[in-house]
Design a protein around this ligand. Structure first.
Ligand code: PFF
Length: 453
């Protein structure tokens, strides 16, 4: 987790917070959600969610964290909030823990693809499948439907997480990721160029960028809201903890805009890479499952580039490190909670949090393959947990956070945090306050309930 020393410089602070935001959510989940929710219509709704709700809620978390100087539960406590508000922090911790179950599975997939890129197996032809005939879709489907491979990689990722958390080498991993993240950004730029120069790229860009407004339904808006909170790491108590390390002179509004726009940029770049490639390779005809979209499409792009294996290794290495920093920081929330609330020692807390994942994440991994027939509300176990944590817990937690900050926190706390005790002026303060007090709680509640109208 973020340390005080991490934030000596402004760049360090932004890098660490962007590092927390950018992860599989942008690279894996965003394209999958975009595809499942009608392309450009989803993108547009997503951008609106980030601007109108994401940034203000991020500012609410920043303010609470910097003023409360603690984790999600402790911050409420330090500000003198009554016990029932602590539940808001606890809900965030629960959401982050459930997210960890399936995030670990996808992190395992990145590990498998890294290994297969290094050994070259990923690009070997599959018997009976001619080139350009969806061989990567076949490979991915085989991998997840067989089960043992996916479970083994998930186990490996859990073991790596336990190792890192017990050895206390998070800082080293974070430093590594702060070098790799800017490089990942450059890599994505290269892939954007390759993808938009593919034949039929225009059709993909049209799908991603030209909205068909009739596709915007209540369900699409809820998915866009969930995705924006997932991607910005909102509602999990993570940013509350991060911002408790922010120096008093940090400009919160500027930081929230910078972090959110960079996160959005990475997501949009992924769309620009994925959708032209999907059209160009005719992948839409291969029954692509949302969750596996990226793992099927990107190898197709790499195979069009000279030095296929080089790009593939580089990309999956960076993605694996990004996934690792995310799983570690998500796990750290629950570990810290166990340490603080139940007075567990470090080792006991780490093991209590991570060992159950060997069971929970295995179920999630298998639910994409051998257990895919088990449905909860029409979704696989993996998808239903994702839906519950992302689309229900994160927004509900955020509503309470807004209500607390807007109505029940010590008077003037929010404004004082936004303006650094009145030393800076920003024309956004009034509007952000309005959004947090009125608009955000009402809008989020409406979005949550709209599928039932
Ligand atoms: N926002 C991250 C993503 O988009 O992948 C997910 C995440 C990472 C959430 C780290 C929380 C966290 F601490």
């Amino acid at each position: 987790m973020a340390q005080q020393s991490l934030f000596k410089s402004k760049i360090g602070l932004i890098a660490a917070t962007v590092g927390s935001a950018v992860g599989l959510g942008n690279v894996w989940r965003f394209p999958a959600e975009t595809q499942a929710n009608g392309g450009a219509a989803f993108l547009l709704t997503y951008i609106l969610c980030v601007l109108v709700l994401g940034i203000p809620v991020m500012l609410a978390e920043f303010s609470l964290g910097r003023a409360g100087h603690s984790d999600a539960v402790g911050a409420f406590k330090n500000l003198g909030a009554s016990r029932c508000w602590w539940g808001v922090g606890a809900l965030g911790i629960l959401a982050s823990y459930i997210i960890l179950w399936f995030y670990m599975v996808v992190a395992g997939w990145t590990l498998e693809y890294l290994i297969q890129s290094i050994t070259g197996v990923l690009y070997e032809p599959i018997a009976g499948i001619s080139d350009g005939n969806g061989q990567f879709a076949v490979r991915m489907n085989q991998f997840i439907s067989e089960g043992p491979g996916a479970v083994a990689n998930t186990f490996l990722m859990i073991a790596i997480n336990i190792g890192v958390l017990l050895l206390g080498v998070q800082k080293g991993i974070e430093r590594l990721s702060s070098i790799l993240m800017p490089l990942l950004f450059v890599l994505l730029l290269v892939f954007c160029y390759v993808s938009v120069t593919l034949p039929d790229a225009a059709a993909g860009l049209e799908y991603f960028l030209n909205p068909d407004f009739s596709k915007i339904t209540p369900g699409v808006v809820l998915n866009a809201l969930g995705q924006s909170f997932f991607s910005l790491s909102l509602g999990m108590g993570i940013l509350i903890t991060y911002s408790s390390y922010f120096p008093a002179k940090t400009r919160l509004i500027k930081t929230a805009f910078t972090v959110s726009l960079l996160d959005l940029l990475v997501a949009v770049m992924m769309g620009v890479i994925i959708f032209p490639a999907v059209m160009s390779f005719g992948l839409q005809d291969h029954g692509l499952e949302g969750a596996t979209l990226v793992f099927v499409t990107l190898p197709e792009v790499f195979s069009q580039m000279p030095g296929t294996q080089f790009w593939s290794v580089l990309f999956f290495l960076f993605l694996m490190v990004a996934a690792l920093t995310s799983t570690i920081s998500i796990a750290e929330v629950s570990v810290k909670f166990m340490q603080d609330r139940f007075r567990f020692g470090r080792v006991k807390a780490c093991l209590t949090v991570l060992c159950p994942l060997f069971l929970f994440s295995t179920v999630c991994a298998l639910s994409q393959g051998p257990l895919s027939h088990i449905k909860i509300c029409g979704m696989t176990i993996f998808d239903s947990l994702d839906f519950f944590a992302t689309n229900i817990c994160l927004p509900v937690g955020s509503i309470f956070l807004c209500v607390y900050l807007g109505w029940f926190s010590p008077k003037g706390l929010f404004e004082s945090q936004l303006t650094n005790a009145g030393t800076i002026r920003s024309r956004f303060v009034g509007i952000i306050r309005f959004i947090i007090r009125y608009l955000a709680p009402i809008l989020i509640a409406l979005v949550l309930l709209s599928p039932y109208f």
